[in-house]
Design a protein around this ligand. Structure first.
Ligand SMILES: NC(=O)c1ccc[n+]([C@@H]2O[C@H](COP(=O)([O-])OP(=O)(O)OC[C@H]3O[C@@H](n4cnc5c(N)ncnc54)[C@H](OP(=O)(O)O)[C@@H]3O)[C@@H](O)[C@H]2O)c1
Length: 354
């Protein structure tokens, strides 16, 4: 296991370089994100693991036999989804890998096999999250298999679209990152509940801090009244966690859990829409605060599989441990309930039941 002390310069010193070098935007925000991780507050009473910032997905699942477990991962062809798929398959799981197209998902798993992945098995799925018809069809395909789903990992995402894009009048980050997954959860929750101890794991982000005041701008879901890429990403990531808050409440009294994850700051394709200078900064100094992909996938694979978390629900995890989010909106149950209702309204024709 690697430790923070392995770095040859102090993380805080590097962060101040980052902060002064980057003018605005994701460079600074990423630096702040890493800095904020240092100040994370653990949740009283919740299980604490021995894993941390530099644990890898392989380490946190070491010794687990996931044979017979079925795990659906959205965005399985890239970054943290791909690494989660690799490691959970390596532990014996059957992966239902969702990409925008079946071919994309299939190619990703075949590439892992070609690179030496042993164990596990795989079914490719098409799930284009900006097309709720595609999401519903994906869920139907999974439900029709007639097998319980042990883990639903809502991992796919977009970030930092530099100009406003809408899908049917709604801003695209909110549609892809939140509403698409909202439909998927709605259509598959009974399949997850059919598992002995089903888990919904939703990728949030410390970027929730960039969400607008109040958390969700219900009167600007179109983005037309003002668009800022980081704010919109932050709003969608706050929505990811608020979904978990309301879902966990609805799942009380069942064996099914729902938790969200901040994976850390990792140089994946997520940054593809960043301005050029952020890419330059990431190349130059990203190593000082970024996790590797192997480390980045640790928290979500831990939350998806750790036996210690069988009864832990409704929490936000970072560095393989539950932490208290710093903004009060993240734990606002009334806001979570309102978001749920609004999301139902916006996706109604595609939901299993309302
Ligand atoms: N990387 C970080 O620093 C970081 C930090 C905090 C949180 N996170 C969260 O971690 C999760 C994984 O991110 P990552 O870093 O692994 O990003 P990534 O490498 O860019 O992977 C994102 C995945 O989402 C898929 N996707 C994007 N738009 C989609 C759509 N409309 N429909 C279906 N799938 C779509 C992508 O498919 P294509 O390849 O086909 O586009 C890709 O498979 C995200 O939820 C992200 O918000 C990441």
């Amino acid at each position: 296991m690697r430790h923070a002390a392995d770095h040859t310069i102090s993380r805080r010193a590097a962060l101040s370089v980052t902060a002064s070098a980057a003018l605005v935007g994701p460079g600074v925000l990423a630096a702040r994100a890493a800095e904020d991780e240092d100040a994370a507050q653990h949740v009283p009473g919740a299980p604490i693991s021995n894993f941390g910032e530099h644990s890898t997905a392989e380490e946190v699942t070491d010794g687990l036999d996931l044979t017979g477990k079925r795990v659906l991962i959205t965005g399985c062809n890239s970054g943290l989804g791909l690494e989660s798929m690799r490691v959970l398959a390596m532990r014996g799981a059957h992966i239902l890998g969702a990409g925008r197209t079946k071919d994309k998902a299939d190619a990703a798993f075949k590439a892992l096999r070609a690179a030496g992945l042993k164990g596990g098995s795989f079914t490719p799925l098409a799930c284009e999250l900006s097309d709720f018809g595609s999401v519903a069809a994906c869920a139907e395909e999974v439900a029709a298999m007639g097998e319980p789903l042990d883990v639903l990992m809502c991992n796919a995402s977009i970030m930092a679209l530099q100009t406003l894009e809408q899908v049917n009048g709604i801003e695209r980050h909110f549609v892809v990152n939140h509403l698409g997954h909202f439909v998927l959860i709605n259509r598959l929750i009974e399949t997850v509940k059919a598992a002995p101890q089903g888990r919904v794991v939703v990728l949030s982000s410390l970027g929730y801090k960039w969400a607008p005041e109040g958390g969700i701008e219900f009167d600007n879901l179109s983005g037309a009244r003002g668009y800022d890429p980081n704010k919109m990403y932050g709003q969608s990531k706050m929505a990811n966690h608020l979904t978990v808050v309301e879902l966990a409440k609805r799942l009380r009294g069942t064996t099914t859990t729902a938790n969200s994850v901040h994976p850390g700051v990792i140089n994946t394709n997520l940054g593809r829409h960043f301005p050029w200078y952020v890419h330059v900064l990431a190349k130059l100094i990203g190593w000082t605060f970024m996790k590797s992909v192997e480390e980045g996938a640790a928290t979500q694979t831990y939350v998806a599989t750790a036996p210690a978390l069988a009864e832990t629900s409704g929490l936000y995890f970072a560095d393989c441990n539950p932490v208290v989010p710093e903004r009060p909106e993240m734990t606002d149950e009334a806001l979570a309930a309102k978001l749920w209702d609004v999301s139902e309204e916006l996706t109604k024709p595609y939901l299993a039941s309302v």
